[in-house]
Ligand binder design. Structure first.
Ligand SMILES: *Cc1c(COP(=O)(O)O)cnc(C)c1O
Length: 492
């Protein structure tokens, strides 16, 4: 199966798409034809996570041999995760929570970023690439650490991470600036996440910079969620979750399952849509936003408008005004027309706004856009704790609050999977504020101790290990200086 750019008719293999990240024309790679699951749901329900991962990913990465793909999967989903289930599903307060935070950095980015380095290195080998791979990435908090953890000291790679210096949680920041590995470089940017992402995209598209790098034996690649090496591993856990519920007798084969996904860059929920296209019985895709409700407005009006105030919320990984992966959906609903998609994306970059046609809107019926305010999010953390003694992180709480609104508004009682994207230990301050405001004066680590007492859960290794770790990255730069920071680090 080939991949095609959303902005031209350029076609590449899966391994080439993984190596490139973004297409040269600025487009994203999409499967030329959506594949279908070739195992029954019953068969899949008797497989473990790694086996399901193979059955799903083999459909998309067709130029990987069985051995190559299984090696990648086995190197990724091992005891780096704190449970052999890798992605457990738990039932709380009438819905199912898919816990994607059992990896090294206790957020869902680990699901894809623990396998991406292996997919990349395998792809480089398959394509006779001799250059050093330089991972260049912008992060709103979680991607950065998960990418750093995945790539640290991987031979043949370097990784550079830009984060908004005041736009991530203290724990997220500490996780990144204490990162070990001689091939890692972490820089705080005087700007927000979109500034970081725009800066990174500019470097990717700069032919002069590409030439300079190539002369020095390097080439860029992306670890951001636009890479199909990130997207395909994310399809896996939807299939896995459905088949666990099937096995537990919570669902009957073929019965639809709604999903509610806390959304920022639109990667996670797009993976759920791809799972649906592959034949998984997914009903509604509930796209949950925080107060940066650009996607809510898009689904409800057909106009995507990033010209608005950027709000810093308690769910920073969703503080995004340009959801890059949405382009793949736009391309699909535009009838896979690169021309129509390109016109809309050009309007987005020039004017910050575009509107889709009624025909296109009609194809978005599977999606429901909702949002939760800061107050509703905190309220949901509190009410879930009161009912179940189960602690939601703010991102998951956004999805849970939106799901409650969805239920109220539609009365649709289809069984629903709420995607739980981070451990509450990663956002202890917002979480504890919502549960017990008396904790206000505590330090972040005291809060973690308190959370541990109140929830009866263990403090994850990811938090324990940064308690006394030395800061290793102190660089800060302006948006304009991102390129020189890259050149300095690479010595070009
Ligand atoms: C990245 C992230 C999200 C948003 O996921 P997208 O794929 O960007 O939509 C939600 N929650 C957490 C904790 C994240 O790290």
């Amino acid at each position: 199966m080939k991949y095609r750019s959303t902005r031209s008719n350029l076609e590449v293999t899966a391994s080439q798409a993984i190596l490139k990240g973004l297409s040269d024309d600025g487009g994203l790679f999409v499967p030329v034809k959506a594949p279908s699951l070739d195992r029954s749901l019953e068969e899949l329900s008797n497989m473990d996570y790694r086996q399901v991962a193979y059955e799903v990913m083999k459909l998309y990465l067709t130029d990987f041999t069985e051995e190559e793909l299984k090696n990648c999967i086995n190197s990724a989903y091992d005891d780096k995760f704190d449970t052999p289930q890798i992605a457990p599903v738990v039932k709380k307060d009438g819905a199912y929570y898919l816990e994607l935070f059992h990896g090294k950095t206790i957020a869902f980015k680990d699901m894809a970023l623990s396998i991406l380095p292996h997919l990349l290195i395998t792809s480089a080998r398959k394509n006779q690439v001799k250059n050093q791979i330089v991972i260049l990435t912008a992060t709103s908090g979680d991607t950065g650490k998960a990418a750093l953890a995945g790539f640290a000291d991987v031979p043949g790679t370097k990784i550079i991470v830009f984060y908004p210096k005041d736009g991530v949680s203290p724990i997220q920041k500490l996780q990144m600036v204490t990162q070990k590995g001689d091939n890692t470089f972490v820089v705080g940017v005087d700007g927000n996440f979109d500034d970081c992402q725009t800066g990174v995209k500019k470097m990717f598209h700069d032919p002069q910079l590409a030439k300079t790098l190539s002369e020095a034996g390097c080439q860029f690649s992306s670890a951001n969620s636009i890479n199909i090496g990130r997207l395909t591993p994310q399809i896996v856990y939807y299939v896995y979750a459905y088949t666990r519920l099937l096995k537990a007798g919570e669902l009957k084969a073929g019965e639809p399952m709604n999903v509610a996904v806390p959304t920022g860059n639109f990667g996670n929920i797009l993976a759920a849509y791809y799972a649906k296209l592959a034949g998984l019985p997914v009903g509604k895709l509930i796209c949950a936003s925080n107060e940066n409700r650009v996607l809510y407005d898009f689904f409800n009006t057909g106009t995507y408008d990033r010209n608005r105030e950027f709000v810093l919320t308690s769910s920073p990984s969703m503080d995004i005004l340009i959801s890059s992966n949405l382009e793949r959906l736009i391309y699909l609903i535009a009838g896979e027309s690169a021309e129509k998609n390109t016109a809309l994306m050009e309007r987005l970059s020039k004017e910050g706004v575009y509107s889709i046609t009624e025909d296109m809107r009609a194809k978005l019926n599977d999606f429901y856009g909702g949002y939760a305010t800061e107050e509703e999010t905190a309220g949901r953390i509190g009410s879930m704790y009161q009912k179940e003694r189960y602690v939601l992180d703010p991102h998951t709480a956004v999805a849970s609050a939106v799901y409650e609104k969805y239920l109220d508004g539609t009365g649709d009682h289809t069984k629903t999977l709420i995607v739980s994207t981070a451990s509450p230990y990663k956002f202890t301050r917002s979480v504890m504020n919502a549960i017990d405001p008396a904790c206000k004066e505590m330090t972040d680590f005291e809060l973690a101790d308190r959370l541990c007492e109140m929830s009866g859960t263990e403090i994850p290794e990811a938090i324990r290990e940064i308690r006394n770790a030395p800061v290793r990255h102190r660089s800060v730069c302006s948006v304009e200086d991102m390129e020189s920071a890259v050149k300095n680090f690479l010595g070009v």
